[in-house]
Design a binder for this molecule. Structure first.
Ligand code: HEM
Length: 478
């Protein structure tokens, strides 16, 4: 018996010594993160990982150990090293396998750099600003923005903008991808069902089970399988096989005759962009309109309205050049959008990456290969209070100040950065700005008296959404 105790004590001592002498032990962090990642996993399952990591950064600074093999950073140096060194930064971890579509790897769920760059080459030009600002795309976005406003003013009392913003985002992204086969969920019940299927689900824990117990996943009972989306799948498969898609649409490019992608790959890629484009833009706009509608933020809404009213004449032409000029001349609108994405980034949590072979130094700490490293926008947008004073406060005016403007912009991380940053950024920004221009030029929005749902940020697998999935506002014509 004594021998058993001695052997156990010896093994434990070796384990503790090894862990304490590992390079990652030099990073600041709670003592237990040297020995176990279970606390992090617990926080993840409890939908609290983002806040847990944020609190650790507040306590320990911009570099922190969060598990024996995982570190989080919140500085510009780290962002550049992890996400932009060599163009697209370090390789993604297996977490991204969860984002395969129809079981097929997409650009987003491709882990290695080379495969990723091959896929990106096939579609990057579709997301260039010059393509997004084509008449066909802009007039489709404007049409959907007007349909959104009609929906909101149709109700005499309050309206749940959460629903209609998701419809707007879905219609926007599907028109962009599948034109002329885009959805009209703002007007059609049949298309509305697709928005519901993609938006209202609770899959965080089920997805995490798939990730942590991937070997057992094929044996999981039905109740542990993440949501399925049969109506969406049917629609996407049909659209990816369209005979004559518009040449400027995404599918027009991906499904061209000499495309290296087969039908299933085109459908998987499109389904991924559809998923990437609905909650992000919808939730981003929802948090933004909620903030602007707060009584204490009316001053910002008023400034936005004044700018939009003063520049209304700029919005006459639908051409790319006119649109670019019109949007570029709206600095306050730009500030409002950035501030909303700073305070409530739609993907607020860590984007995990592996340290490449040979190891790397980040913020002066050497980390061996295969260590998981990441930055999370939620913290990057808050930690440095010299760059973001009163970081918790929604204040679009901060983006209008000259002082430290370059640092602020460099730390704006809502779309990530480098070769694996958001491909849809231009589309999202144009959609958001066109919609806000339609709304705040003519209407004042206020929080509805019957709004009692929670607007706290509720973390999903990597994205987030308002907890109550409801946001009731009142629209008043000016
Ligand atoms: C406000 C809206 C949006 C935000 C905040 C946002 C944010 C992001 C972020 C942070 C990433 C990188 C995530 C990671 O590395 O784990 C990303 C990637 C991506 N996003 Fe967005 N996104 C938005 C809208 C869109 C839209 C509208 C589309 C497409 C229609 C889109 C398509 C993509 C794609 C395809 C990727 C993968 C890029 C790659 O792996 O190369 N996003 N997005």
């Amino acid at each position: 018996m004594l021998t058993l105790w001695l052997v156990s004590a010896f093994i434990l001592t070796i384990f503790f010594v090894q862990r304490l002498r590992a390079p990652i032990a030099k990073l600041p962090g709670p003592w237990y993160t040297n020995f176990t990642g279970l606390i992090l996993i617990y926080q993840e399952f409890s939908s609290n990982k983002r806040l847990y990591i944020h609190k650790l950064h507040l306590k320990y600074g911009s570099a922190v150990r969060i598990a024996p093999n995982e570190a989080s950073f919140a500085s510009l140096d780290a962002i550049r090293e992890i996400y932009a060194s060599g163009g697209s930064g370090y390789d993604k971890t297996e977490l991204y396998d969860l984002f395969r579509q129809f079981g097929i790897k997409t650009m987003f769920s491709t882990l290695e750099k080379y495969d990723h760059s091959q896929r990106k080459r096939e579609l990057a030009d579709r997301y260039a600003m010059t393509n997004i600002l084509r008449d066909e795309h802009v007039s489709a976005i404007k049409d959907r923005a007007r349909a959104f406003v009609s929906r909101c003013v149709a109700s005499a009392s309050s309206v749940d903008v959460y629903v209609w913003l998701h419809c707007f985002a879905l219609d926007g992204v599907t028109n962009f991808m599948f034109s002329p086969g885009g959805l009209r969920s703002l007007d059609s019940d049949k298309d509305f069902a697709i928005m519901e299927e993609l938006t209202y689900h609770q899959s965080l824990q089920k997805n995490l089970l798939q990730y942590y117990f991937s070997g057992l996943a094929p044996y999981f009972p039905e109740c542990l399988i993440p949501r399925r989306s049969p109506i969406t799948n049917e629609y996407v498969l049909k659209m990816a096989a369209q005979q004559s898609p518009a040449p400027h649409s995404l599918v027009g490019k991906l499904a061209r005759k000499d495309s290296p992608l087969n039908h299933a790959q085109v459908a998987a890629e499109c389904k991924d962009h559809m998923a990437a484009g609905i909650d992000t833009t919808g939730d981003g706009l929802c948090f933004l309109m909620w903030e602007l509608s707060q009584p204490h933020n009316m001053v910002f809404q008023e400034k936005l309205h004044q700018e939009l009213r003063a520049t209304a004449s700029l919005d006459n032409g639908d051409g790319a050049a006119e649109q670019r000029t019109a949007l570029d001349r709206l600095p306050y609108l730009d500030a409002v959008v950035k501030e909303a994405l700073r305070c409530a980034p739609p993907i607020p949590m860590s984007f995990p990456r592996y340290v490449p072979s040979g190891g790397k130094s980040i913020e002066g700490y050497f980390l061996p290969e295969k260590t998981i490293v990441s930055c999370q926008p939620y913290t990057v947008h808050r930690l440095d209070t010299a760059v973001f004073p009163e970081a918790e406060k929604f204040n679009p005016d901060r983006w209008m100040e000259e002082n430290r403007a370059a640092e602020r912009n460099r730390l704006f991380f809502a779309f990530s950065t480098g070769g694996r940053g958001c491909t849809g950024r231009n589309l999202a920004m144009v959609e958001m700005k066109v919609l806000l221009r339609e709304v705040y030029r003519r209407f004042r929005t206020t929080v509805a008296p019957d709004m009692n749902a929670s607007m706290d940020i509720d973390d999903q697998i990597i994205s987030s959404r308002p907890k109550g999935q409801t946001c009731r506002l009142v629209f008043t014509e000016r």
